[in-house]
Design a protein around this ligand. Structure first.
Ligand code: SF4
Ligand code: SF4
Length: 473
């Protein structure tokens, strides 16, 4: 089967239950943002620009569990910010599992291996030695880390950890091949770290999904290479969605990067061009999302936005009307359902009810529409059924040629900062101290990837860019 039977049945029965009860609006996926702090500053990310990224601003664990209970969505996507920075992430995952939910931990991948080492330390017995050997051979853990796992102290053994489960997915953010991904997340080395984390997760028996945002500059051919590679790693599923013009991201782009939003984000017309082959990808790769949503993305039909089916809860409350746009926050999910004038949002038959919705085709607004039958056409139920219960696409064969295509950035000395590095190596740059700024940046980069979380503070990079500009004069 394309997706695990237990999961498919759980979601299908949730829809059937509410159809029988004639519930007008109900939640399918809760997007839970326990914090907005992140260790990266991705171009196009609205979260770190719209909300406070102070670690003091977090949703308490008990509240996270209470809101999941309140909206009763069968799936919870824990996002943020970077959820692995949330101090109680393990307890949150355990609590949501006790409630019987399917959990997606949406992560940029940087802290994943650390969390999996915590898991190994908590469950270590000598029977795990063959696994440790495999991880060591793949350079996925170091000798020192293997020893820490073997000699875990009592507190490490007692720690609540994220264990492999058929109900839990690591959902890793991957926006393209190495060069593109590192450019979008604005830090070299992140793509490689994500891939190593995915490999480690698969060896340990975790389920892994990826999520990809498609921007105007995204090369469709590159996406296909990315899917082939992820398929060769036996990744279990992929979410792919067009980028959206967040107001906060828009302002940041103009001010900081000197880019115009229309240079970066997609219009509806462009989305349809980029997603013209989505149905083909659905056959070749394990793409999440209904075939009805795929037809919508490919421009073959219209759908009505059902943003209420994928509600977002964050430090300010229930965010309305959707994950992307903020017109208000509410204390309760039912209160939000009742008070929001949903008929004012979305695009109906090509006409935007709200100008901000005009170019939006994102999965959190329209994927549930495909599952809920809001624009039902004859045969849709069968299509969705056949897709979910159909044969899982075969994993793509790994090959050195494919790896060479994929690692096209910093791994081969062509990262997006390569040009900057060459400028900084010039005698003029040495004279004005730009190299020193760069080394500081590199040291900080290591610290970010390895151990601690940062905030969305871009001052270090801005300082570096200013030095580079001076060096080029
Ligand atoms: S990883 Fe990137 S997209 Fe995700 S919250 Fe952090 S900055 Fe935003
Ligand atoms: S169309 Fe998009 S932006 Fe508008 S309410 Fe729906 S999900 Fe939000």
């Amino acid at each position: 089967m394309r997706f695990p039977l237990a999961l498919t049945v759980k979601i299908a029965s949730h829809i059937v239950k509410h159809k029988i009860l004639k519930t007008p609006k109900f939640a399918m996926v809760l997007q839970l943002e326990p914090l907005h702090t992140c260790n990266l500053t991705c171009t196009g990310c609205g979260r770190i620009r719209e909300y406070s990224t102070n670690l003091k601003d977090m949703v308490p664990l008990e509240k996270c569990l209470a809101v999941a209970q309140e909206c009763d969505a069968p799936m919870v996507s824990i996002c943020g910010g970077e959820p692995l920075i949330y101090p109680k992430i393990e307890e949150l995952v355990a609590g949501l599992r006790e409630q019987g939910r399917v959990i997606y931990i949406c992560t940029n991948g940087v802290f994943m291996r650390k969390k999996m080492r915590d898991y190994l330390a908590a469950v270590y017995t000598p029977t795990l030695e063959p696994i440790l050997k495999q991880l060591l051979e793949g350079k996925l853990i170091s000798d020192k880390e293997a020893d820490t796992i073997r000699n875990a102290n009592e507190s490490a053994c007692r720690k609540v950890v994220i264990r492999p489960s058929k109900w839990i997915y690591w959902n890793v953010h991957v926006d393209g091949l190495e060069f593109t991904h590192d450019l979008i997340v604005e830090r070299e080395g992140v793509f490689k770290e994500c891939i190593e984390a995915i490999k480690m997760a698969k060896i340990l028996g975790y389920q892994v999904a990826t999520n990809t945002t498609v921007y105007k500059e995204t090369d469709v051919q590159e996406l296909e290479e990315m899917f082939k590679f992820l398929s060769s790693l036996e990744v279990d599923g992929h979410t792919i969605s067009p980028g959206y013009e967040y107001d906060a991201a828009k302002k940041d782009m103009v001010a900081r990067l000197g880019k115009q939003p229309e240079d970066f984000f997609l219009t509806r017309k462009m989305t349809r061009q980029k997603f013209a082959r989505i149905e083909e990808w659905g056959k070749l790769f394990t793409i999440f999302g209904t075939p009805v949503y795929q037809e919508f993305l490919a421009g073959k039909r219209e759908l009505t936005c059902t943003a209420w089916a994928i509600p977002t809860y964050n430090i300010k409350g229930w965010k309305a009307p959707c994950y992307l746009m903020t017109d208000g926050h509410y204390d309760g999910y039912q209160e939000m359902l009742t008070k929001v004038a949903w008929e004012k949002y979305g695009v109906v038959n090509g006409v935007a009810r709200d100008p901000r919705c005009e170019n939006c085709m994102v999965h959190c607004g329209y994927d549930p529409s495909g599952a809920l039958g809001t624009n039902y056409q004859r045969g849709d139920n069968w299509k969705n059924f056949a897709y979910n219960f159909g044969r899982k696409p075969q994993p793509y064969l790994a090959s050195p040629a494919l790896s060479k295509t994929v690692f096209n950035g910093v791994s081969v000395g062509k990262g997006h900062l390569a040009e900057a590095k060459s400028v900084l190596n010039s005698p003029r740059a040495a004279m004005n101290g730009a190299q020193a700024a760069f080394s500081r940046k590199e040291e900080n980069h290591e610290a970010h990837v390895g151990t601690h979380c940062g905030t969305a503070d871009t001052s270090e990079r801005d300082e570096l860019l200013a030095k580079i500009k001076d060096a080029q004069k």
